[in-house]
Design a protein around this ligand. Structure first.
Ligand SMILES: Cc1cc2nc3c(=O)[nH]c(=O)nc-3n(C[C@H](O)[C@H](O)[C@H](O)COP(=O)(O)OP(=O)(O)OC[C@H]3O[C@@H](n4cnc5c(N)ncnc54)[C@H](O)[C@@H]3O)c2cc1C
Length: 480
C-alpha cells in the first residue's frame, strides 16, 4: 500500500496527504454517523489541477475515491470506501466570478452555500436553494445530491439553479457542461450531473443562477392541536391557488427539541406547527396575505403569529432550521428519513408513521417540507443499546416502503447514498436500474467514483447478458 501511495506523494505535500489514523478519523463518517469506514488516505487539494491529478491517479491505479464537501450528507453519501481515498474539497472555496448583470456566480465546489448569498446580497441578489445545513454544506455536495430546502416548493431544487458545471470525470477527463447562458444546445448534461451523487466524477466549477431578493416576506407561524389539522391546512393553502415560498410542518417532538435548543417560542401545547412564508413584490403580497388569512381562519388553528420584522422572521425559521440537530437533545442517536409521498396523501402517511412508531416502540419526530410531500421522520435510538441501530434501520426501511407503496419516492433531497441503495430495485424495475448503471459506466467505466453508493452491493452490477446493449456496440460502455 505504501508503494501505491507514493504516486500521491508526488501530487500532494505531506500536510495535505493524510494517512495517519488519527487524522483519518475525522473523515470516517458523515452526517449519518451510525456508519464509519476508514479510508486509505485523505488528500486535500488546493487547486483544480490537483483534483484532476488525484482523480487521474485513481483511474490509473484502480483506486476508488470519494469526493467530500463538508460531510453533512445524511444518507452516507460521503462515507469513505475502505482502501479508497477521500478527496476533501473544502479548500477550493473561492467565488471565481459574480456578475450581477447576468445574475450568475461561478464558484469552486468547496464554497459554502450561504456564502454565495452573502456575496450576492450587496447586489440585491441571492442564491435560492436553502438546505437547513446551508451555513456549512458546500455547493459541490448540493450539486451531487440535487439538494433542496424549505423554499424549493416555489423555486425548485439545486438543478433548477445550476446552469453550468466543469467537472473531472472518473476517467480523469475534464468536461464542461452548460455555461453562463440559460439557453443551451443539446441534452442537458448539467442536469444529468446534478444528483449523480459523486458517481460520475468531481465538480470543479459550478455556474449558479442568482435571483433578485424578494421585496417583502410575510411569515406566519400557526399552531395546531393535531398533525392531521396541520396537514389539512397545507392542502387548504395549496387548493386556494396560493404558491407560498415555503410550507413547513414540525410535530410536537421536534418542537420540543427545537425549543430546548434555540428557545424559538413556538406556541405552547401545539401538536404541530405550520410555517407559511409568502414572498414577492409588496403589491402582490398584500393581495396574497388577504387570501392566506381567509384560508387559515377556516383551519383548526389555536394560535397564530405573524413575523413583524426580519428578526422575528429569523426567529421563526431558527426553530425549523435547527430541528435536525436539536433532536440530538432528545436522543443520543437518530436516523433521518427523507421519503416523499404525493402531497394529497400526506395525512395518510403521517397516520402510518404514527402506527409504525407505536408498533416498533421507537420514538419518531416529524419535520417536513409539507408543500412538496417531503417527509423527514427522525427515528430516535440509543446506539449503545444492543440491536437498536438494526431496529432503527428496519423502521427506516419500512418508511421507505410506505413511500414507494403510496406512489412517492425513497428520497426527496438527501440522496440514496449507501443508506437507501437496497431500496432502489424496489422503486425501479430492472430495465431502469440497468439504464442507470449504463449511464454511470459511461462516465466511470471502472466504477471507482464513490462505489457502493446508490446501487445495491459494492461491485459494479453485471450488465444484461442478453446480447450487446446498443451503447456497448457503440463503444460508449464496456464490461471491463
Ligand atoms: C442539520 C442538517 C440539515 C440538513 N438539511 C438539508 C435540507 O434542508 N435539504 C437538503 O437537501 N439536505 C439537507 N441536509 C443534507 C446535506 O446537508 C446535503 O445533502 C448537502 O448538499 C451535503 O453537502 P456537503 O458539502 O456536506 O456534501 P458531502 O456530505 O461532503 O457530500 C455529499 C455527496 O456529494 C458528493 N460530492 C461532494 N462534493 C462533490 C463534488 N465537488 N463533486 C462531485 N460530488 C461531490 C459526495 O461524494 C457525496 O456523495 C442536511 C444535513 C444536516 C446535517
Amino acid at each position: 500500500m505504501a508503494d501505491l501511495l507514493k504516486g500521491l506523494e508526488s501530487i500532494f505535500p505531506s500536510g495535505r496527504l493524510l494517512c495517519d489514523p488519527a487524522y483519518l478519523a475525522a473523515f470516517e463518517s458523515d452526517g449519518l454517523t451510525a456508519f464509519r469506514t476508514k479510508p486509505l488516505a485523505v488528500v486535500i487539494p488546493e487547486t483544480e489541477e490537483e483534483v484532476i491529478a488525484a482523480v487521474a491517479w485513481c483511474h490509473q491505479n484502480q483506486v476508488p475515491f470519494v469526493a467530500r464537501g463538508s460531510g453533512t450528507s445524511l444518507s452516507g453519501g460521503s462515507l469513505p470506501v475502505a482502501n479508497g481515498i477521500v478527496i476533501a474539497l473544502n479548500r477550493l472555496n473561492r467565488i471565481l466570478k459574480l456578475d450581477p448583470h447576468e445574475r450568475i456566480a461561478v464558484v469552486q465546489p468547496g464554497v459554502v452555500n450561504q456564502h454565495v448569498t452573502n456575496a450576492a446580497a450587496p447586489h440585491g441578489l441571492y442564491y435560492a436553494p436553502d438546505p437547513s445545513s446551508q451555513s456549512i454544506c458546500t455547493i459541490g455536495g448540493n450539486v451531487a445530491f440535487n439538494s433542496g430546502g424549505a423554499h424549493c416548493l416555489k423555486y425548485g431544487m439545486t438543478s433548477n439553479h445550476v446552469i453550468g458545471c466543469k467537472a473531472v470525470l472518473a476517467t480523469g477527463e475534464v468536461v464542461e457542461m452548460g455555461g453562463p447562458s440559460l439557453e443551451s444546445v443539446g441534452p442537458d448534461f448539467t442536469g444529468l450531473f446534478c444528483g449523480s451523487e459523486g458517481l460520475f466524477g468531481v465538480a470543479l466549477e459550478v455556474t449558479l443562477r442568482l435571483l433578485p431578493k424578494p421585496e417583502k416576506f410575510h411569515t406566519v407561524l400557526v399552531g395546531y392541536r393535531s398533525l392531521q389539522a396541520a396537514g389539512d391546512a397545507v392542502s387548504a393553502v395549496i387548493d386556494s391557488g396560493l404558491l407560498p415560498g415555503a410550507l413547513e410542518i414540525m410535530d410536537a417532538l421536534s418542537i420540543e427539541a427545537a425549543e430546548a435548543a434555540v428557545a424559538c417560542g413556538y406556541p405552547k401545547g401545539a401538536a404541530a406547527v405550520l410555517i407559511v412564508e409568502l414572498e414577492g413584490p409588496r403589491e402582490r403580497l398584500e393581495h396574497e396575505i388577504k387570501c392566506l388569512e381567509a384560508v387559515l381562519v377556516k383551519t383548526d388553528a389555536f394560535a397564530q403569529r405573524v413575523a413583524e420584522d426580519d428578526a422575528e422572521r429569523l426567529s421563526i425559521w431558527r426553530g425549523r432550521k435547527s430541528a435536525f440537530s436539536a433532536v440530538g437533545r432528545l436522543s443520543p442517536d437518530f436516523l433521518v428519513q427523507d421519503g416523499v409521498v404525493p402531497r394529497k396523501r400526506l395525512g395518510e402517511a403521517l397516520v402510518r408513521i404514527e402506527q409504525l412508531a407505536e408498533r416498533s416502540g421507537m420514538r419518531i419526530a416529524n419535520v417536513f417540507h409539507a408543500g412538496d410531500g417531503n417527509l423527514h421522520p427522525l427515528i430516535m435510538f440509543d446506539g449503545k443499546e444492543e440491536g437498536a441501530l438494526h431496529r432503527a434501520e428496519q423502521v427506516a426501511g419500512e418508511l421507505s416502503r410506505i413511500c414507494i407503496e403510496m406512489g412517492g419516492s425513497i428520497t426527496g433531497e438527501h440522496g440514496v447514498g449507501m443508506e437507501k441503495r437496497d431500496f432502489m430495485p424496489e422503486m425501479y424495475d430492472s430495465l431502469s436500474m440497468e439504464m442507470m448503471a449504463q449511464v454511470r459506466s459511461a462516465m466511470d467505466p471502472k466504477w471507482i467514483a464513490n462505489p457502493g453508493k446508490m446501487f445495491p452491493g459494492n461491485e459494479a452490477p453485471a450488465l444484461s447478458t442478453v446480447g450487446l446493449h446498443p451503447l456497448e456496440k457503440a463503444g460508449v460502455i464496456s464490461r471491463e
